[in-house]
Ligand binder design. Structure first.
Ligand SMILES: [Zn+2]
Length: 241
């Protein structure tokens, strides 16, 4: 029985490693998509500021055009004022000039307010861009590292799958079917060591008589408490782990 169990324990070790690799392959892609969503959120906040700046630019354009038109009115009035003969005409033109000047001051103030806001948003954009660039380097590195881990795990998994296939052919068939049945209910751990009469699967003592039988190794011993297959290490008392 002891010899039969050696292959089964080897099989279990391989399958535990396979399970770990599979778990890693399930979890690691989640880390990558988390990084990607951080990056896309950053990109979106940058885009949002760009849109705000563009909106201000659009608001500014017609005002600048109007300022030009207004200046043309003022220039024309300046030219006309020298040729004016009557006081009445002079007053009328003066009123026109005053209105245009008032409008000019008004537009200039609006443009200044917009430019002030644009400047603040541009500074903000620069801050976001710089921090995004810095973080992107870190995030890209992290992503690359995780991708490397995934590739490694995939290779490890293929290797272990090969070992698993071989071992499954070697292990005694009836032992293998027992192992598979127990494994399903025990989170992958179907064969456990019994150390000093204590089952390492459930940490319960087994009867001394049963332990003696286990040490003799004549037949398959199942833990009465957790139903796992038990084995003893050749030199009991020497801890490996
Ligand atoms: Zn047990």
């Amino acid at each position: 029985m002891k010899e039969l169990l050696v292959d089964l324990i080897a099989l279990q070790n391989v399958e535990i490693e396979m399970y770990k690799a599979q778990e890693g392959l399930r979890e690691l892609p989640k880390d990558i998509s988390e990084i990607e969503s951080i990056m896309s959120a950053r990109r979106k906040s940058l885009d949002a500021v760009d849109e705000e700046i563009a909106a201000y630019e659009q608001k500014k354009e017609p005002l600048e055009a109007e300022l030009k038109e207004n200046q043309a009115i003022l220039d024309a009035a300046d030219a006309r004022i020298k040729r004016i003969k009557t006081n009445k005409e002079f007053l009328a033109l003066q009123r026109e000039i005053d209105l245009a000047k008032k409008r000019k001051a008004d537009i200039e103030e609006q443009i200044l307010t917009i430019m002030d806001k644009m400047e603040k948003r541009s500074a903000e954009r620069e801050r976001i861009r710089v921090s995004f660039e810095t973080d992107r380097v870190i995030l890209d590195e992290r992503k690359e590292r995780i991708a490397g881990q995934i590739r490694e795990l995939e290779a490890v998994l293929v290797e272990y799958q090969g070992k698993d296939k071989k071992l499954r052919k070697i292990v005694d068939p009836s032992l293998l079917s027992k192992y598979d049945r127990i494994k399903q209910g025990k989170k992958g751990l179907a064969v456990v060591e019994c150390h000093d009469g204590v089952c390492k699967g459930c940490h319960m003592h087994i009867q001394p008589q049963l332990f003696n039988e286990l040490v003799r190794g004549d037949r398959l011993i199942i833990c009465p408490s957790c139903q796992r297959i038990l084995y003893v290490k050749p030199s009991d008392g020497e801890d490996e782990e």
